[in-house]
Write a protein that binds this ligand. Sequence first.
Ligand SMILES: *Cc1c(COP(=O)(O)O)cnc(C)c1O
Length: 370
Amino acid sequence: MVEAVTRPTRLEISKGAVAHNIRTVKDVSGADKVFLTVKSNAYGMGLVPMAQAAVAGGVYGLGVAVLDEALALRHQRITAPILILGISPVQYAELMAVQHIMATVVSLDWLRIAEENLTGEQPLPVTIGIDTGMGRIGFRDRDTLAEAIQFVRNHNDKFEYVGLSTHFAESDSADTRYFEMQLERWHQLTDGLPKPKYYHVANSGATMYHATEVPHEVVRVGTVIYGVEPSRGELADGKNLRPVMALRSEINFVKRLPAGEGISYSHKYTTSTDEWIGTVPIGYGDGWVRKLMGFNVIIDGQYAPIVGQVAMDQLMIRLPHEYPEGTTVTLIGKDGGLENTIEDVAQHADLAPWEVTTGLQARIHRVLVN
Ligand SMILES: *Cc1c(COP(=O)(O)O)cnc(C)c1O
């Protein structure tokens, strides 16, 4: 997809806010090494610029969902450790080894086939994934897990035994029963087995609220570093986190309309009096969904509602008064005393916060700011 760099619409990533949140996570949890999950285009914010901001801001490594994301980072000369969180097709084992990309391994068959395919020129770093109750991927019984670890250690010319991991299904709510059940299973499955270089089990919730209960020297986090309080206010207020992204554009057409004029497809909005209407070059083709009709964007420190249907590439807002073309419009972020958060947008659109941002299309230009 084409990235529209000639259009004023852009997603800004604040390097300072990313670094601040990394420090906060380390302070709160005592974590020494942070893997920032940059899967799905860094939760939609921009894979490469976010990885650059994170490495500069003090993360140890990066977590991705699929090998292609890891290769895209290597292609941009990002040399930090990369962990693939999902299952990688085994035929790419040698490519991962050569690129120093850590595989998550969740079956003995995978290890056996990889062992045959690996040249041993570079050992493949592996983390062994354990399913303690997420029900997604990972070993679920101790014997097979022990066998997998043994296999890795027996073939230390081909593999490097780097990690043991699990993932929590619920670590960010006041009801901790499910979390505790998973933690208990973790101990049942792993206590007494050969130790890897590190355990990494904590996502944002476990890192922020359960650090003393889980191995937390190495954590894998996205949400908190991206400035979203994982429990949505239930367990903390999130005031020590800073929003890391802003979505901004400009009005590129301004007009005054008399009462009774329809705006956009199907005329879902009709002016009720003399109104100043501004056009903004962003639409549902950018992932700014049609449910956001009626949402207040910010112009010159004042709210301006989106009026009429959001079109594919453009939308209209009702201005407080006349503004010149080129005036900045803030869809997400701060302007003057006002702020729209990702959560505000999510709530209006009836989506989860990361559904909003992962939906922001590649056409939106991503830029790093201080
Ligand atoms: C996405 C993901 C994380 C990070 O989760 P957050 O809640 O955003 O911190 C950690 N581990 C795995 C396996 C993941 O898929």
